[in-house]
Design a protein around this ligand. Sequence first.
Ligand SMILES: C[S@@+](CC[C@H](N)C(=O)[O-])C[C@H]1O[C@@H](n2cnc3c(N)ncnc32)[C@H](O)[C@@H]1O
Length: 458
Amino acid sequence: MIEIAEGIDVRKCFDKEVLGFLKKYKEKAEPIEVSFRKLVPELYKTDRATHLIHTYPAKLLMHIPHFFLNNNIFSREGDLILDPFSGSGTVMLESVLAGRNAVGADANPLARLISSVKVTNYNTETLKLHLENLRKDFSKTGDVIVPKISNINYWFFPRIQNQMAKISHIIQNIHDDKIKEFFLVCFSNCVKKLSLADQRVSVPVRLNPARYPETHPLFTETSKKLAGLEYIDVFEKFEETVRSNINRFINLSKLFSRGVSAKIISDDARKIIDGNAQIQGIKKESVSLIISSPPYAGAQKYIRSSSLSLGWLNFLKTVDSLKEFDSYNIGRENYQRKDYCILKKTNVAEADVLLEEIFKINPLRAHIAGNYLREMRSAFEESVKALKQDGYFILIVANNKVCGMEFRTQEYLTKIMLNLGMKLQLELIDDIKSYGLMTKRNKTASVITREWVLVFKK
Ligand SMILES: C[S@@+](CC[C@H](N)C(=O)[O-])C[C@H]1O[C@@H](n2cnc3c(N)ncnc32)[C@H](O)[C@@H]1O
């Protein structure tokens, strides 16, 4: 049972701890072992403010940005914070809670929606009124056309499809865009629960009790879930989520710092500076601090794991939309043979040596990892441009395995940052037990158990 944190301000100033780490690192130049959970024990309740309004793969432990935002060394109140891979908005939320302004970018439209909603200081009485109206509209509305969602009958029982279509229809009729977004996030968070997909797996896989022996606890659990779906009250499930989320926004309103704002500015970390035709970006050298946990090579399939929600939220306009979103996802796995018939250099010497070995065994995997490093370099270049002189860039990153060989992501990304003129100021290492990144990413990748927090200065 998750405890919802009260609206008490747990903020404290971590100047002393930060200065202690910087000093120790300057003396020894060795990574320092830490436990962020122990550093910030105040955050023991996971359901704090709006962090849990929607699930998301590989979410960042909130303690990490909380620690780096609540001190006067890396940034000050009113400063601008950037997360170029903002995912579900953990850094953006911690920024506004710490009295900083925030901007973010993400390639996944669902991530962008969740982040924007997560950092909005809603009038919760208005949300409650809208919920009452939605309930009335739901009971008045007859059957509506079920949206065209690929393989819908494979993923949803027909009765559930009809009820979901009705909820989606009445939400679309809400005139206020911000309020509509709130209800879309609540609806989206119910999609997987209402589907025949196994919730324990991030990419949709259909529930199938026959996969387990009859004596296995998962056989009983899966059978129970399937039976439950036969008679589930879809609106009730939605309403339950809305009510929990309204409570989260009540807590947020108690913690929200006055006069700060947060917004999503781009769908690509490589395009965040103003002057780019498609976006209203930020100015060069306007950001005081960047905190980000980037994607990994051949890692979480962010777009595919969001595909059911993306379908119901009408983000998939054509049959190629998923592919299109995936095409600018850094770390993606889908390439054509012509892309990987020759191995291109990454200009990170250690990585190039390893990639040549991997190329001999599996050219596709070598290309995925190599292209990942090249694209991360472009993303870092853009972020560094946005950073003020003397500003800090905090990167949370772990190692991975590619074809059974250790792929030292943290080391390669460090090389790229140094190459861009950034100076390494601190390396912290934390175990990440019971954390979103603990999923095995693919057959040849390993489970990530340790994580580096790297602090660079411009
Ligand atoms: C490790 S997750 C970030 C999780 C986030 N810190 C949170 O707490 O939810 C990495 C994110 O990078 C995003 N991403 C991948 N390619 C991107 C790109 N080109 N530009 C911006 N974001 C991208 C993915 O969609 C994913 O949401």
